[in-house]
Design a protein around this ligand. Structure first.
Ligand code: HEM
Length: 405
């Protein structure tokens, strides 16, 4: 059967609001072929399909060589990047995945996170104390960008000062990973940033200071000492991945979430009247405008899907943002409803790779929202035209001007 070709998706209107295009795709059929991503990929948009593939071991998470090859670099010039990048938890299959995930998991358990709560609150308060809301301020630059990198540094047990270089490294990785057709220039920049990150961690791994003592980096060092990692590179790859995964996505949850709430003032008021609704609201915000819009898998063995033969090595993109608006799963999916009874979505993925930082990121968002509602109950948008990054994987705002009187 000839595959259904997806229409051209990636234009300015899509980056401003991808949901109409997702709906068109979903209604046209369950499986599409698109040449716009990595030279050709299958697209899935329905909740049931996306969840099933995420849970199916015939679809492998090992896909970094596709990015590196698509970047058409000269032979060998991205070898350092590929070696490190490919070893991050996100891109491993079992049994390596099982072994490495178990080493990281303890730091993200609810009791460990609750112990961090007062320190996360203090970091959020320090950022908010520095803002005068009577003047328009950029919530991305002042809150959403610096806070997540400080919080993940806290979890790792390294210096929590918001460093511009650390945030830039992470931005360079997101620009490359999210690019539907990665270029050599993007890849080289991502490589140099990943190496910058690992040098930063290598220095911290050997610093052994008091900050390091209680954090995840110290636990990873002990694990390395016991021989639980294959080598130092495997250990460093996890540190760099956590910094990136914890920074980019949470920034976009805070930015997209604030934009959604303040564009629906009655929803903001529902939270102001009853802050105990905040945890449910955060889940709904994750569903409504997901910070991670897609992830991918490679087919490991030829198989049939919706009447098509998928060949070994084919790339399948799972459009999480589309699945989270699937009317077969969520009633009135295009409506933001902070009181939704079951807002559970695929924003954090599903199956063995389901997000390790989900509870941490929800805690951060809850803390920020609670404080904003308390401090500035009349917070509002100060700019009618939000400006989005043109990154189809990581959906986020470049800036978000707010004010309160
Ligand atoms: C709004 C915030 C976040 C969103 C939307 C998000 C989303 C996701 C998604 C969709 C996946 C699955 C990817 C796949 O299956 O291919 C994932 C995995 C992962 N996330 Fe997050 N994430 C967020 C925050 C964080 C934070 C704060 C951290 C760490 C501090 C983190 C660490 C990870 C890790 C380590 C994985 C890989 C897990 C594995 O492969 O077993 N994430 N995340």
């Amino acid at each position: 059967m000839t595959p259904t070709l997806a229409p051209r998706l990636l234009d300015a209107a899509f980056f401003a609001d991808p949901y109409p295009a997702y709906r068109t795709l979903r209604e046209a059929g369950p499986l599409h072929w698109s040449e716009e991503f990595f030279g050709g990929a299958w697209l899935l948009t329905r909740h049931a399909d996306v969840e099933a593939v995420l849970r199916d071991p015939r679809f492998s998470a090992r896909r970094t060589s596709g990015w590196v090859n698509a970047a058409q670099s000269q032979r060998g010039e991205l070898a350092g990047f590929q070696q490190l990048f490919a070893r991050a938890l996100l891109f491993l299959d079992a049994p390596d995945h099982t072994r490495v995930r178990a080493l990281l998991q303890a730091a993200f358990r609810p009791d460990a996170l609750q112990r961090l709560r007062p320190r996360i609150e203090a970091l959020a308060d320090a950022l908010l104390d520095a803002i005068d809301p009577r003047e328009p301020f950029d919530a991305i630059a002042r809150i959403a960008r610096p806070l997540p990198v400080q919080v993940i540094s806290l979890v790792l047990g390294i210096d929590t000062a918001p460093r511009d270089d650390v945030m830039r490294w992470s931005d360079d990785l997101a620009a490359f990973i999210g690019a539907p057709q990665p270029t050599r220039a993007l890849a080289l920049r991502a490589q140099s940033s990943l190496l910058g990150m690992t040098r930063h961690f290598a220095a911290q791994l050997h610093a052994d200071g008091p900050q390091c003592a209680g954090g995840l980096v110290a636990q990873l060092l002990q694990a390395r000492g016991r021989g639980a990692f294959r080598d130092d590179a495997e250990c460093l790859a996890q540190c760099a991945m956590l910094l990136f995964a914890g920074h980019e996505t949470t920034r976009n949850l805070l930015g997209n979430g604030l934009l959604a709430l303040l564009s629906h003032p009655q929803q903001w008021e529902l939270l102001r009247d009853a802050p105990e609704r905040i945890p449910g609201a955060v889940r709904e915000l994750l569903r409504f405008d997901s910070p991670v819009q897609y992830t991918g898998r490679r087919v490991t063995t030829a198989l049939q899907l919706h009447g098509q033969t998928l060949q070994r090595g084919d790339l399948v993109l799972l459009l999480l943002g589309a699945a989270n608006r699937d009317p077969a799963r969520h009633a009135h999916p295009d409506r933001l409803d902070v009181l939704r009874a079951d807002p559970g979505s695929l924003a954090f993925g599903s199956g063995i790779h389901a997000c390790l930082g989900a509870a941490l990121t929800r805690l951060e968002a809850e803390i920020v929202l609670r404080r904003l509602l308390q401090r500035w109950p009349r917070l509002r948008l100060a700019d009618a035209a939000p400006c989005w990054f043109d990154n189809p994987a990581y959906r986020g705002l470049r800036s978000l001007l707010l004010r309160a009187d």
